[in-house]
Design a protein around this ligand. Sequence first.
Ligand code: GLA
Length: 384
Amino acid sequence: MTGLFRQIFGDDPEAAFFAPGRINLIGEHIDYCGGHVLPCAVSLGITARVRYRKGTTVRLASSDLPGVHAVDVSAAVVFEKERGWANYPAGVIMCLLDEGRRLRGADVLFSSTLPQGAGLSSSAAIEVLTGAIMLHPVEGEGFDRKALALLCQRAENAFVGVACGIMDQFSVALGKRGHAILLDCATLEHRHVPFDPGGLSLVVMDTGTTRELAGSAYNTRRSEVERALELVRRKRTVDNLVEATQEEIEAAVDDPVIRRRARHVVSEERRVRDAALALERGDMKAFSALLNASHASLRDDYEVTGPRLDAIVEEARATGFCAGARMTGAGFGGCAIALVRSDSLDEFFARAGEGYRRRTGIEGRFFAASIDDGVRKLPNAPGM
Ligand code: GLA
């Protein structure tokens, strides 16, 4: 990587940073409804090699794609279509400048082990990573992680145009090895819950299809639940949709589609609370059943799974080695997760892979994931 950095920028990097991707264990599509979520950071992620520079130019390159994108940190930064992926870091730089921060020039080379558009939050990873890199000369590693997560969410909302919630950026910024994060998205209070699944392993199942429709369908779901909130509020004052009961939704919402969306939100909130308790008790049977129920609700009520996610989840369950499985992230393609007997991982990969291929003609990717820390500076190493 040092070789490539030198080739692109004519010098060697002086520091390296890493931001993980995230898996959401449970609590899907309720972060923007003031709900609780239970995500974690994973060991796959994005590494950045960096050399800080005199002057005000930040040059951004990727080891996977050609081109170098320059951003001037002394002037207003605007979205530029031709900038492609580099709009994510540019958006974060824009938001930092908006806060009145003075930023240094830098050369940055990103390289990723995260499948892109697969629902493991490669966008949140590059956003939070950019923030950590830009803040480092001023604040070292003592920066406010919660504030950075919020800033990166703003960058994605305003600059990239996806009305995402706070879950992904928060997980990337505040992940902790071996722990899930129980996050209240209404207050941003959180606590780390040990994830100790006994004889089970956490497996990621990539359907091999990206989430093309995700942006627009995601924003549609958001407006549907906003409509549901408006209708519930005609009967009772609530801050967030998760506070409503199923009975209140039945009474307030006539439109069957909006009613199903709201039903998912309220039932998923209950499942997250139960799942956190099950995890704390070490009751993986109850936890796994909640994963299965979450998938059913996302398939039938929220309608964000689609045939491929449904196929990979069903094939995983049919292997006989899987305790529970569900889609993770925004849906419409991307990844699912499963809890699988650790003594049968290889057989699970073979059987689930074969079943998924038979049903869809697509080669899925399966791997065991480990839960890791949030964004960090890497120790300086030779050959960095
Ligand atoms: C995407 C968004 C998150 C969250 C999930 C669905 O990953 O970025 O904020 O809404 O979808 O749970």
